[in-house]
Design a binder for this molecule. Structure first.
Ligand code: PXL
Length: 276
């Protein structure tokens, strides 16, 4: 089982590849990477960060991989620095995804109702097209609204409409971060429709990288052969425990989730050592 994670390297802040690599490796699955950009930190709340777009390097990397005959079982994309990189993900799917393999897209574009710095409506439209090619998409509530063309916020009342619109793209949507009073839920559909959810008690505050920790754990669990609903349950349990710990232990939330100490219990559940 070989996964390709396409995401940025934010050197500090524990999101994107610095979360994905340890989590997928801990699941016992090989994770290869294609870095989309190199940043000194992520863009969520830091000033003066450096940003180097790596689009120019991608063609050479892919050409070398071709000579090695590489193919991937899963391709998981996250933060893409430009519209051109969205096209690259489509191309990589065509050229490097194994027959019967899966593309999983985390359409990283925004949070708390706003687009992240540097993203535009054209980018959103292009990301919607990439979602059509994915087996699963993992938008947060903000990204689901942008992709489904619905006003933010998304609530228990209209999340069904968002799921329907996203499913109409030809993918299975898994929407994270739906708030209801003191609860927070992840909602998803089955292959043939229906609406399912897992709910946890919400922890106040904004936790950078939580979406990446969730997505990475989901991909790792899926790669280990878990059913999609079990993979969602395991990933949401892991990210919720990491958020609870971080609320107590991480004074500056920009530096990311304290997910490392929670990996042990996550793996015990994944490996069936302790019950879910
Ligand atoms: O975790 C999402 C993310 C990923 N990559 C970069 C980001 C963010 C969120 O701010 O800035 C570079």
């Amino acid at each position: 089982m070989r996964i390709l994670a396409i995401n940025d390297v934010s050197c500090v802040g524990k999101c994107s590849l610095t979360a994905t690599l340890p989590i997928i490796s801990a699941c016992g699955v090989e994770c290869n990477i294609l870095p989309t950009a190199l940043l000194s930190t992520h863009t969520g709340g830091f000033d003066g960060y450096t940003f180097r777009d790596l689009t120019e390097d991608i063609s050479g990397i892919l050409a070398h991989w071709k000579t090695l005959g590489l193919e991937f079982d899963y391709i998981y994309s996250g933060y893409l620095g430009s519209i051109e990189q969205i096209d690259k993900v489509s191309q990589i799917k065509k050229e490097f995804l194994k027959e019967g393999g899966k593309l999983i897209v985390d359409p990283v574009m925004g949070d708390s109702g706003d687009l992240y710095a540097g993203f535009t409506p054209e980018y959103v439209a292009k990301m919607r097209e990439l979602c059509r090619e994915a087996e699963y998409i993992l938008p947060n509530a903000t990204e689901a609204c942008l992709l489904a063309d619905l006003p933010y916020p998304l609530t228990k009342k209209n999340v069904g409409e968002a799921l329907d619109r996203l499913r109409a793209l030809g993918t299975i949507p898994i929407i994270t971060g739906i708030m209801d009073g003191s609860d927070i839920s992840v909602y998803f559909t089955g292959k043939n429709g229906g609406m399912y959810s897992f709910t946890h008690e919400n922890v106040e505050g904004f936790f950078c990288g939580a979406g990446d920790v969730f997505a990475s754990a989901f991909v790792g669990c899926l790669a280990r052969g878990k059913h999609v609903s079990e993979a969602i349950y395991l990933a949401s349990d892991f990210v919720t425990r990491s958020i609870r710990r971080s609320a107590k232990e991480v004074p500056d939330k920009r530096f990311g989730l304290s997910f490392e100490p929670e990996i042990f219990l996550f793996l015990e559940k994944l490996n069936g050592v302790v019950p879910l």
